[in-house]
Design a protein around this ligand. Structure first.
Ligand code: NAD
Ligand code: TYD
Length: 359
């Protein structure tokens, strides 16, 4: 029987990778892609599936309760996978309100519509599932001095940025809908993703883009902040496995124990980009240490034991392979980069870095 997925934010970075992954992996599915198309959403990402009748696109804001309700009347969804979000920490520091709207109220609008549509009248919800795509950032920050300490699913939420606060609030609503109404839910909390189609405001694509243009590579603070990097396809695989096999009501951390500090990442990008294009002007001289991000979390580190033990998930792409593939993708898709950065990107970039003092 055809399974129908509502995938929100399916024109963004991870969402579009997920749509492509799922259509490549499963023959008999339908995906209804619900995306507002903010600056971060791009239908170009889905060009390779143009004409595939298994994919239907709807430009809808998840905060628009009436339109979300209409979608549940139009389609018989088996599951919802909620990627839609404002996702950039720097933007959340500038303008927190839109993060509360989309990430919190948008999630509540989806939960409400799913509950209303799926309730079988006697408190049951059949085989439906609502999956919330969350982040390790809800746990807060770890210390560099205790490299053997990790985030577990039981680690208390302690978000610091407006972005992570909004994601943590959304997680609490998801769990509240499970506890109060019995809605079958899962939450996945993944570490930093990298790969194709990531908007070049995030560390890795921004550094590749700037390196190619011989522009400065702005590293915040001392560059010793650590992130736990995962190739995006491994995240997509984990979500598919949770949808297929997880016990409902459970939270799963996703990460591949690949912790690197920002200095390492930027140097690696310089090395690999220089080698890929044979351009000796791409050197460490481009690195500029700039004023630190406000409230900058020092270290993220995920313990993925539960998803490994319960579902047999493991990451397939090592960082060494993934970073080379990713750089190659940005080199081969410079038109995509030009396209997605043609809107308000220049204004954004000036605002972010124009005023940032050198450290
Ligand atoms: P992204 O910013 O690239 O994409 C977000 C998508 O959501 C865009 O297509 C945008 O148009 C859409 N969107 C935004 N507001 C919307 C609204 N009100 N209604 C409908 N659509 C809307 O983000 P991403 O990096 O792909 O992240 C996707 C999800 O994964 C987010 O929930 C994020 O919190 C989570 N996550 C991201 C990472 C990461 O490293 N990028 C890691 C863990 C979790
Ligand atoms: P980012 O890609 O914004 O992801 P997140 O903040 O959600 O982890 O940033 C990754 C790390 O890189 C983070 O420690 C901030 C740092 N960073 C820079 O040093 N310079 C930059 O220009 C950007 C965008 C990020």
């Amino acid at each position: 029987m055809t399974k129908t997925y509502m995938v929100t934010g399916g024109a963004g970075f991870i969402g579009s990778n997920f749509v492509l992954y799922m259509l490549g992996k499963h023959e008999d599915i339908q995906i209804v892609n619900v995306d507002k198309l903010t600056y971060a959403g791009n239908l170009e990402n889905l060009k390779s599936i143009e004409g595939d009748s298994r994919h239907v696109f709807r430009q809808v804001d998840i905060c628009d309760r009436r339109s979300v309700g209409d979608l549940f009347r139009e389609f018989d969804f088996d599951c919802v996978v909620n990627f839609a979000a404002e996702s950039h920490v720097d933007r959340s520091i500038e303008n927190p309100a839109v993060f509360a709207d989309t990430n919190v109220l948008g999630t509540v609008a989806l939960l409400n519509a799913a509950r209303d549509a799926w309730d079988d009248g006697s408190g049951g919800f059949g085989d439906h599932v609502y999956l919330q795509v969350s982040t390790d950032e809800v746990y807060g920050s770890l210390s560099l001095d205790e490299p053997d300490t990790f985030f577990h699913e039981t680690t208390p939420l302690n978000p610091h940025s407006p972005y992570s606060a909004s994601k943590a609030a959304a997680d609490m609503f998801v769990l509240a809908y499970a506890d109060t109404y019995g809605l079958p839910v899962n939450i996945t909390r993944c570490s930093n993703n990298y790969g194709p189609y990531q908007f070049p405001e995030k560390l890795i694509p921004l550094m590749v883009k700037n390196a190619l243009a011989h522009q400065s590579l702005p590293v915040y603070g001392d560059g010793k902040n650590v992130r736990d990097w995962l190739y995006v396809e491994d995240h997509c695989k984990a979500i598919d496995m949770v949808l297929e096999g997880a016990k409902r009501g459970q939270v799963y951390n996703i990460g591949g124990h690949n912790e690197r500090d920002n200095n390492y990442i930027v140097r690696k990008i310089i090395e690999e980009t220089c080698a890929a294009v044979g351009d000796d002007a791409i050197t460490e001289a481009l690195i500029t240490y700039v004023e630190d991000r406000k409230g900058h979390d020092r270290r993220y580190g995920i313990a993925p034991d539960k998803i490994k033990e319960d579902l047999g998930w493991y990451p397939e792409t090592t960082f060494e392979v993934g970073i080379v593939k990713t750089i190659r993708w940005y080199l081969d898709n410079q038109e995509w980069v030009d396209h997605v950065t043609s809107g308000d990107y220049q204004t954004y970039y000036q605002r972010m870095y124009g005023s940032r003092a050198q450290a």
